[in-house]
Design a protein around this ligand. Structure first.
Ligand code: SR1
Ligand code: MG
Length: 420
């Protein structure tokens, strides 16, 4: 098979033929392609993912399918998302070295990315469900959000580069479309692909009849579509993070887009909050409190790391057109209040996105295992109810909830309440 041949979805059988003549691959896993062990391991919503074991090393081969995997070919989705994933990974690797897997090969036509095998890393969501601790998790995630946000924005990039890149990423239309519908809109009405746990209906009625909630969610969507502040990962949930017990990597940025800085960090916090609320469905009373406390401490440290690294970059790498030093420090004027304003609007956006993500994972198409793995539907719906109602408060009061401590207080409050 030649690299420029027609797109063809790989199988475990055809994969060796496709890759066996690539030096970037064979130099790592050997030329004896008949000895490679290939297994398809993809359990995400969209793509094929293969692990390829050679004698000495292993690789990951990810390939986009021309449709949404969890739905099937009735929902076509362009292969071009692999291009945007590759472009985003490249930028993330430059902006926060070591945070993402190394890329060994990319084929745009075949929508294939060959990358570093992360081992013995596991998906963070699975670790949170089984109650595992990860050292350094919050630091890596907070720094990743700060560095990619700052270094991809008009605070840092030459403006011509930023504008050109924004225009390029506007081409990721269909993936942005998924987020616009599934995340920002579908949770708030009876959309076709929605589903929810039996018993949640009274809570759902409360949310969907709340016009102010819909208004605020749509205001957040307006920011998503209009505020091209930085290049974001675009799907930074706990399934997009892989960890050992002391190392963390960020994967899967195919939803990369230019949007509000608070988007990634808000989605991330949301996924930790969902892990927090779902814990009573996964462990006994004995270990519950300690583990829930740890999750809240991770959220706190992610955000404090984010603000401290963002502030550090503000002071040391502010070379873009926004808030230029020539206008502040160069005039003998402090830029601290401007930094505070900026962090304040990021926080407010993050809380809005956080609440919306807490809704969509329970009401829209793509749910998460944190709740879905709880087989007792009564328990699941009670935990989901806490999560849904806290999400509503975050969206409606995103400008009044001042800091992480206030967020933690709210999480503990909802965690102790019974709504169903
Ligand atoms: C149809 S895609 C559904 C979800 O899966 C992806 O991982 C994104 O989170 C998207 O919203
Ligand atoms: Mg993904």
């Amino acid at each position: 098979m030649k690299d420029d041949s027609e797109y063809e979805p790989l199988t475990s059988k055809t994969l060796p033929d496709r890759l066996k003549n690539l030096a970037s691959v064979t130099s790592l896993i050997g030329k004896q392609s008949e000895e490679w062990k290939v297994t398809e391991v993809g359990d995400g919503n969209l793509n094929l993912v293969f692990v390829v074991h050679g004698k000495e090393a292993s690789l990951i081969v990810k390939q986009a399918l021309p449709y949404v995997r969890i739905v099937g070919d009735s929902w076509p989705l362009p292969l071009r998302r692999a291009f945007f994933e590759h472009e985003t990974l490249t930028r993330q690797a430059a902006r926060d070295p070591g945070s993402v897997p190394k890329i060994h090969y990319f084929n745009e036509k075949q929508a294939i990315i060959v990358m570093e095998m992360l081992s013995p890393h596991l998906i963070l969501r699975k670790k949170l469900i089984s109650g595992e601790y990860v050292k350094g998790l919050a630091k890596t995630l907070g720094n990743f959000c700060a560095r990619t946000a700052f270094r991809g924005s008009d605070l840092s990039l030459p403006t011509s580069e930023k504008k050109k890149d924004t225009a390029l990423f506007q081409g990721n239309v269909e993936l942005m479309g998924i987020t616009e519908n599934l995340i920002f809109t579908d949770p708030y009405f009876d959309a076709e692909m929605n589903h929810h746990t039996e018993g949640l209906e009274p809570i759902i009625e409360t949310l969907r009849s709340d016009v102010s909630l819909k208004r605020e969610a749509q205001k957040m969507l307006l920011k998503f579509t209009a505020n091209t502040e930085t290049l974001l990962h675009g799907d930074l949930h706990s399934g997009s993070v892989m960890c050992t017990d002391s190392e963390t990597k960020i994967i899967d940025p195919e939803f990369g887009f230019y949007g509000p800085i608070g988007f990634d960090i808000g989605m991330l916090i949301s996924n930790f909050l969902m892990a927090y609320f779902s814990q009573p469905g996964h462990r006994s009373q004995e270990n519950l409190e300690d583990y829930q406390d740890w999750i809240l401490s991770v959220i706190e440290e992610i955000y404090s790391t984010f603000t401290s690294e963002f502030s550090n970059l503000w002071h040391n790498e502010r070379h873009g057109i926004l808030f230029p030093k020539s206008l502040f420090e160069g005039q003998g004027h402090s830029s601290e209040a401007a930094l505070c304003d900026m962090l304040q609007h990021i926080w407010s956006d993050a809380l809005g996105v956080c609440g919306i993500e807490m809704h969509r994972r329970i009401l829209s198409l793509a749910h998460n295992a944190d709740f879905e793995d709880i087989s007792d539907l009564k328990i699941r719906s009670r935990l989901e109810a806490r999560n849904l109602l806290m999400g509503r408060q975050l969206i409606l009061e995103r400008d009044q909830i001042k800091n992480i401590s206030a967020l933690q207080v709210l999480a503990r409050k909802y965690n102790s309440e019974t709504h169903l």
